[in-house]
Ligand binder design. Structure first.
Ligand code: MN
Ligand code: MN
Length: 273
């Protein structure tokens, strides 16, 4: 059973769908992801237990705040306000994107509530561009803005395999700890003191495992490698997002199943750690 957020105990993971993909530089479609991930999460094709022994189907284990509706407010302030409300209730937001630009307003809210945040960022791409095609809020830029604003103390990136010269300079400038895909496994590097925020771009995975994304970059993680690194995290996890799943590119629906599996394992680790 999932509780409504206002009934959930402090510390409970709470799912929030953020159907926004207007900052995607190439293909749209990620805005359609949250309800499709939920269908897979609740599918009776699988059960509610995580590999680490947490029964997410037990009463009060997690909550679901539904999908954010963009009405009168600009999208980024709306996202920041909503995440801030969930954090005010002592909950641990797990956002379902949406393109990766949404991580900027999410982490702004986290930064205002939780000092000393370490971001663990799974991605093929560093997303550190100063701007892309004139858009400083592009899904290729969120971690440049986050580090400029000091919204997080530390940024660890893992799975990177599309680094450019400019972004290598940006990583150096911001002191980003980059674990490139070619250097995996890096399980020891997952020993991190909390609080940790996990930002999981689905294109960290090899497109053979997760083709339903907008930017397919071969040579990525297997689902097993991703889960192994998630399971190796030691510190307290304050929140997470799963972004860039693009249902319009997911002909076999396998990426939806993978996203739901990662969602389960991330929430399980949040409850355990
Ligand atoms: Mn990416
Ligand atoms: Mn990304």
């Amino acid at each position: 059973m999932t509780l409504r957020p206002n009934a959930a105990k402090p510390g409970t993971p709470v799912i929030l769908g953020i159907p926004f993909d207007a900052n995607s530089s190439w293909l749209r479609g990620a805005a359609g992801a949250p309800p499709i991930i939920r269908v897979s999460l609740h599918s009776i094709a699988s059960n509610s237990w995580t590999e680490t022994g947490v029964d997410l189907g037990a009463e009060g284990m997690y909550s679901d705040a539904g999908d954010l509706k963009f009405t009168f407010q600009e999208p980024f302030p709306a996202i920041e306000t909503k995440i801030g409300e969930l954090l005010d209730h002592g909950l641990r937001p797990v956002s379902l994107g949406g393109d990766h630009s949404i991580t900027l307003p999410i982490v702004r809210a986290f930064g205002a509530h939780i000092p000393g945040l370490t971001i663990l960022h799974f991605d093929a791409h560093p997303d550190l561009y100063d701007e892309l095609e004139g858009n400083r809020l592009s899904h290729a830029c969120p971690f440049a803005r986050i580090m400029e604003e000091g919204a997080a103390q530390r940024l660890i990136q893992i799975g990177i395999r599309a680094m450019t010269g400019h972004q290598r300079e940006q990583a150096k400038k911001f002191g980003v700890e980059v674990i490139e895909m070619r250097h995996l496994p890096a399980l020891d590097r997952m020993k991190i003191d909390g609080p940790i925020y996990i930002s999981f771009d689905m294109d960290a995975l090899d497109p053979a495992f997760a083709p339903g994304i907008s930017h397919r970059e071969p040579g990525g993680m297997s689902v097993r490698e991703a889960i192994a690194h998630l399971h190796a995290i030691t510190g307290k996890i304050a929140g997470a997002d799963i972004v860039e799943f693009n249902p319009a590119q997911d002909n076999t629906q396998i990426t939806a199943t993978v996203a739901a599996k990662l969602l389960k394992e991330i929430m399980g680790k949040m409850i355990l750690n």
